[in-house]
Design a protein around this ligand. Structure first.
Ligand code: AQP
Length: 327
């Protein structure tokens, strides 16, 4: 079982990234061969700071290691170190329908937020993502719910390629967690927690100090009524119940039952306290690991060597099937 996923080097990672994706990466190490990639080439499709980008890659690498990724048991690398990703992106672009890319909701949302340039790279983002995944003959892609449409497109691209050029790619499936796949913004629980669209108060960062976590949870927007139960008319409380269910590794109805008869105030304090306990060790390990940049670069370099060997073999087959390059 080969598991692949990518994560953007966009500064501090938030609770949505952690509960929706990162925790699944760590668990993936136990179930199969995990290959994880810090996708700096995706990050340059929107406005970014050139000097900061390298630092952000190391931030994200340290975060993944702090969360429990073990370079002895998985492959962790920087996307731009394995040039096969960009070549495969171009080759796959020729079997990707322009109309399909036009339908991608992430492109619509992100292009609407761009002030200066809507880059062609942003439009091609899902094709590069498909290349990332398909280069490794991936079985399973752990992601949050917001990536569902992109993984569907990856499957379509693989199928279309296989039909036209012969069986070449494994057609992967997504792995979206039952609970925690869409953590919502604490200040606007109708919107997903998001790096680029959210406000500081609406996001819990994995590296937040305990005081900040408590403050953010206490001021989280809740709903009318006072009962700690999920419901379509209670997006704020539903979000907090889901967060606590993941943190406790329990079921949503067990969390509801444990607060039966209790009010919102006590419940929010409990979520805050348990979240502080849950994230504390990750934050401490992060600070330790982030200090040693040589070690982080070493992990990425070793990972890139391993990843390149797999991706290069896929590329050789793809080039041969497509009639590209010398025989
Ligand atoms: N709110 C979320 N709940 C659950 N999972 C989420 N993910 C993102 N937001 C949530 C999952 O995190 C993984 C990494 O996402 P990314 O590489 O897109 O990182 P990012 O850009 O820092 O995350 P955002 O917040 O999603 O950025 P925006 O909104 O600015 O594009 C993915 O598996 C994703 O599903």
């Amino acid at each position: 079982m080969r598991i692949f996923s990518g994560i953007q080097p966009t500064g501090r990672k938030h609770l949505g990234n952690y509960l929706g994706a990162i925790r699944q990466y760590v668990e993936g190490q136990e179930r199969g061969e995990g290959i994880y990639c810090v996708v700096d080439l995706h990050a340059i499709t929107v406005a970014y700071d050139v000097v900061e980008l390298r630092a952000r890659v190391l931030d994200t690498t340290a975060m993944l290691l702090a969360a429990g990724l073990d370079p002895a048991r998985c492959t962790l690398f920087r996307q731009s170190d394995v040039r096969e990703h960009t070549e495969l992106c171009w080759l796959l672009a020729s079997v990707t329908a322009h109309g399909d890319l036009n339908r991608m909701t992430q492109f619509k949302e992100k292009s609407a937020r761009q002030r200066e340039l809507i880059s062609a790279g942003l439009f091609l983002y899902p094709v590069l993502q498909a290349a990332d995944i398909l280069a490794y003959q991936t079985d399973e892609v752990p992601v949050g719910d917001d990536q569902r449409q992109h993984i569907e497109l990856t499957r379509d691209i693989a199928q279309r390629f296989n039909e036209r050029f012969g069986e070449t790619f494994k057609v992967p499936v997504h792995r979206i967690p039952e609970v925690g796949a869409r953590i919502m913004d604490l200040q606007d629980p109708t919107q997903k927690m998001s790096t680029t669209a959210g406000s500081e108060a609406g996001l819990v960062f994995v590296t937040d100090e305990p005081g900040a976590i408590v403050q953010k949870l206490r001021s989280a927007v809740t709903d009318s009524g006072g009962e700690v139960v999920c419901g379509p008319d209670k997006p704020g409380i539903t979000n907090l119940i889901e967060i606590l269910a993941v943190v406790r590794s329990s079921k949503v109805d067990e969390v509801e039952a444990s607060f039966a008869g209790g009010g919102y105030g006590d419940f929010k304090q409990a979520v805050a306290d348990e979240l502080v306990e849950y994230l504390g060790p990750v934050r401490e390990r992060y600070v330790e690991l982030r200090g040693d940049e040589r070690a982080l670069e070493g992990v990425l370099a070793e990972g890139a060597d391993r990843a390149r060997a797999i991706a290069a073999a896929t590329l050789a087959t793809v080039r041969e099937r497509m009639g590209v390059g010398a025989t």
